[in-house]
Write a protein that binds this ligand. Structure first.
Ligand code: ZN
Ligand code: ZN
Length: 198
């Protein structure tokens, strides 16, 4: 499985080079890629190490202040084991998603991430987005998808964190209702969509 991952990783890098994105660049630093040992639900993850201290910024989440960096010199990409069983195109889509996170200003799914994703999607025919559809990806790979028994939606108050689960969801829910505990806005998370880790 490691050999397959190495081969696909190299293919991705070559494809990026063809459209003018150079990964072997000192602005990006070192990239390692591994198959995740844990049984993760997400497609993959990109852990950032060795931050460039000059790129420090503070992100505020509610009252919390978190120190973050726009640029890191070491990136460790992990691809989940179950992804390695899917169609190669889908494995490469996951690798590409995580490779974008290695670029400066791309450690979240913000504007710069989207700019790269759109460019790669248009030029190379990928389908890089914030979330993937596990059921669809299994179907495309001619594999049986074993549905995990779980409710479909998670509703979370953005202010106090109060959380509950629903099977069906009114599409105007977040506009119509506020949190009964604190009056905050709700966010609806579709649990059938699986994340690509940052
Ligand atoms: Zn609340
Ligand atoms: Zn991501």
């Amino acid at each position: 499985m490691e050999e397959k991952l190495d081969r696909l990783f190299k293919e991705c890098i070559q494809e990026l080079e063809k459209i003018g994105i150079d990964i072997n660049n000192k602005d990006i630093g070192k990239i390692e890629i591994n198959i995740s040992k844990r049984n993760n639900k997400r497609y993959g993850a990109c852990k950032q190490e060795e931050p460039d201290i000059k790129s420090k910024y503070i992100e505020k989440i509610g009252r919390r202040k978190i120190v973050k960096y726009w640029k890191y010199n070491k990136h460790i990409i992990e691809i989940s084991k179950w992804v390695m069983e899917l169609d190669e195109k889908i494995i490469k889509n996951t690798i590409m998603h995580e490779l974008i996170h290695c670029m400066p200003y791309c450690n979240n799914h913000g504007a710069e991430f989207k700019r790269y994703a759109n460019y790669i999607n248009n030029k190379l025919g990928y389908d890089i987005s914030r979330v993937g559809n596990k059921e669809e990806d299994y179907k495309k790979s001619n594999l049986e998808y074993k549905e995990e028994k779980q409710l479909k939606y998670k509703i979370e108050c953005q202010k106090c964190g109060y959380t509950f689960y629903r099977q069906r969801q009114n599409k105007n829910f977040t506009r119509k209702y506020r949190c009964g505990k604190c009056g905050g806005r709700f966010e609806v998370i579709n649990l059938k969509e699986e994340k690509y880790g940052n």
